[in-house]
Design a protein around this ligand. Structure first.
Ligand SMILES: [Zn+2]
Length: 184
């Protein structure tokens, strides 16, 4: 049912072009555009969907969809990236390193010292292994090998299999064009 006067969008209250005041079936047009129509319909349905879900939960019939389709780490990564890009476009993104918790963490004493600390810093800020000095590269390689062997010795077979599956999925996606790069 049309709520606003004819020619006014029920959702955003903007004017509707005169030639669009009526639908092809001769009924007063409710919304000015597809976006308003979709949003209004979705909001109108929210209460119904919520009531139905609550009833299903009460009856013990509801299953968390995440258990049916466990989140794929690659998809989660793409979603996070898209959300950050969106917040940057809207100008509401803030640098996480400036948060209270991050400042506290960053002001802790360094974990490593000497050439290794320098190497990690330089690699973090975009240098390649080949840009490092002999000492730094050696310290970094030794440290990385140690970490890897510790990881291998503490990982269960199940963890290893899961890790391998994640890598396979990751490399498979890498071969396909990126999603979320152009923004929509
Ligand atoms: Zn509208």
């Amino acid at each position: 049912m049309k709520e606003q006067p004819i020619g006014i969008c029920d959702y955003c209250l903007e004017y509707i072009m005169a030639e669009d005041w009526y639908t092809s079936k001769g009924k007063p047009r409710q919304h000015c555009c597809r976006d308003c129509r979709n949003t209004a319909n979705s909001q109108a349905g929210a209460q119904i969907r919520s009531t139905k879900t609550l009833a299903r939960i009460a009856a013990g019939e509801w299953i968390n969809p995440a258990t049916l389709h466990p989140p794929d780490p690659v998809n989660v990564g793409i979603g996070v990236r898209r959300s950050i890009l969106g917040r940057i476009r809207q100008g509401v993104w803030t640098n996480p390193a400036l948060s209270q918790a991050a400042r506290k963490k960053l002001s802790r004493p360094r974990k490593h010292s000497g050439p290794l600390a320098v190497a990690i810093d330089r690699l973090d800020s975009g240098s390649k292994i080949s840009d490092l000095s002999e000492d730094e590269a050696t310290a970094y390689r030794t440290w990385r090998k140690e970490r890897y062997s510790i990881l291998k010795s503490t990982q269960s077979e199940e963890d290893k299999a899961q890790r391998r599956a994640q890598w396979r999925a990751y490399w498979h996606r890498r071969r396909q064009p990126h999603v979320g790069e152009t923004g929509e």
